[in-house]
Design a protein around this ligand. Structure first.
Ligand code: UDP
Length: 491
């Protein structure tokens, strides 16, 4: 209907690595004249309120509203116990479909428009793992777009999981296949992924269980995107050219909008859009990091963080601690309160104690949670030891910071492969962590010739990222196209 304001309902998967990219898409649509309803599940909502110290973080605007729906998850996302966390993830994924469908339907129905209330809902943008939203939207005849918060290479690998299962590559026949070289098998039939090996694909194939929950969920939710009216990815075309081309051949309505933080900045400058928060945190951000970084020399610090979900054993934590100490380089290390599996509490005080005793003179700084994008952009930071989550990988690309990847979960292996082999910005640390490897790689990254090469490539990708996000760049153009398509409802 001409003249009616478009209304987008956005539904993220509750999780630190998912809520912010979705919020950034919401903010971009809002800047393009959309009325926005952003839906939180209760556990996520509670965690944000707790870490931000009050309701202000979720105040919204008159035409940018937050809604809360139950998620049936008893354990908050920041639970200390790793077994509870795993249960929470698996129970949560089942519970979302069972408990969130009806409340989402109510939200969509209540906003049919008319009267003095909000305009009727014109589209739904859902996290691809919350795929029940697609069923609800289809039932109500509302166009729905999937937003996959993985890399394009991660998405494409997962899109072919069903075929991998069908062809008998996964699940593995038995545990021996994890170590007998089988994972080195090259898969030559996934379009756009030359030379990809089984070990580079989703970690979920590393199971012998035919009913593995993660493998099945990842495979079905990714494939189900076929039914959505379009697909949004947080990447930029130049970075993943062959992969985005291959995805574009499957999904004619593909919108690559990354890096979202850079696109937000460029968009803000161009449209002078009103301010709503662009980041939520489940943990309180520590401010002391910047002061400590200010006191370090340019490019000297290795930043170490394994994202919001990775857990380590006490032994692995020890190897990292000694490796960083032995490297002789200054480091800023994020040790989340729940980072050590079965550790019986917060590992941070003991890590801080270790750093005080072993790295005198303030060479190490330990934080519980930091403002990662600001840390990566700080001139003192010259390298990033990361688990290779997609947000972290892309944030380091944006900042022009080379990486040491220690992948473990989901598509982190794929991101690592691309960072090391395709973009030339990273080196891989083996899964079995040894202090001498940590120390050697940190020294090489921060001072060696190899590190210099990676740094040059990283600087080049930083420029490419900025060009993609700038007015007229590929991601900026895709945003314009997305806003136009969603407003017109023509798919
Ligand atoms: N992050 C942060 N502060 C920290 C550690 C991480 O703000 O101390 C943010 C980081 O910037 C990124 C997100 O948490 O946006 C982690 O997402 P990613 O996809 O890298 O990993 P995940 O947590 O999903 O494994």
């Amino acid at each position: 209907m001409a003249g009616r304001r478009p209304h987008a309902v956005l539904l993220p998967l509750p999780g630190q690595g998912h809520i912010n990219p979705m919020l950034q898409v919401a903010k971009l649509l809002h800047s393009r004249g959309f009325y926005v309803t952003f839906v939180h599940t209760r556990s996520s909502h509670r965690s944000i309120l707790r870490s931000s110290g009050g309701p202000d973080a979720l105040a919204g605007l008159e035409d940018f509203r937050y809604e809360v729906i139950p998620d049936g998850v008893a354990v908050p996302p920041t639970s200390r116990s790793s077994s509870k966390k795993k249960q929470q993830v698996s129970k949560g994924c089942v519970a979302y479909a069972a408990t969130c469908s009806a409340p989402l339907r109510e939200i969509l129905l209540a906003r049919r428009g008319g009267g003095g209330g909000p305009p009727g809902v014109t589209c739904v943008v859902y996290n691809w793992l919350m795929s029940f939203a697609l069923d609800v939207a289809e039932e109500l005849g509302i166009p729905a777009l999937a937003f996959c918060t993985m890399s394009a290479c991660g998405f494409l690998g997962s899109y072919f999981l069903e075929e991998l299962i069908h062809k008998g590559y996964a699940p593995l026949k038995d545990e021996k296949y994890l170590t007998n070289g089988y994972l080195d098998t090259t898969i030559d039939w996934i379009p756009g992924m030359r030379g990809i090996r089984l070990r580079d694909l989703s970690s979920f194939i590393r199971t012998t269980d035919a009913d593995d929950f993660f493998l099945e969920t990842e495979a079905t939710c990714t494939k189900k995107c076929d039914r959505a009216q379009g697909l949004i990815l947080n990447t930029f075309d130049r970075l993943e050219a062959e992969v985005t081309e291959a995805i574009g051949a499957i999904f004619p309505k593909l919108y690559t909008l990354g890096p979202l933080p850079a696109l937000l900045q460029a968009n803000h400058a161009a449209t002078d859009s009103p301010s709503v928060s662009t980041r939520f945190n489940y943990w309180e951000q520590e401010r002391g990091c910047t002061e400590w970084l200010d006191a370090q020399s340019p490019g000297s610090v290795i930043y170490v963080s394994f994202g919001s979900l990775t857990t380590l054993t006490a032994e692995v934590l020890d190897e990292f601690a000694w490796g960083l100490a032995d490297s002789g380089r200054p480091f800023l290390w994020v040790v989340r309160p729940d980072m050590v599996a079965g550790g019986g509490g917060n590992a941070r005080p003991s890590v801080e104690d270790f750093v005080r005793r072993t790295c005198g003179g303030g060479r190490g700084f330990v934080a519980g949670w930091c403002m990662q994008e600001e840390v990566l952009a700080h001139p003192s930071v010259g390298g990033f030891l990361t688990h290779g989550g997609w947000n972290s990988t892309l944030e380091s690309v944006c900042a022009g910071v080379p990486v040491i990847c220690w992948p473990g979960f989901a598509e982190q292996h794929t991101n690592c492969r691309y960072a090391c082999e395709e973009w030339g910005v990273g080196v891989e640390l083996g899964r079995e962590v040894r202090r001498e490897d940590v120390s050697r790689l940190v020294k090489e990254l921060m001072g060696g010739e190899g590190g210099e090469r990676l740094r040059k490539n990283a600087a080049k990708w930083k420029e490419e990222a900025q060009s993609a996000a700038a007015v007229g760049g590929s991601s900026y153009e895709n945003l314009e196209r997305l806003a136009k398509d969603l407003s017109s409802g023509k798919f």
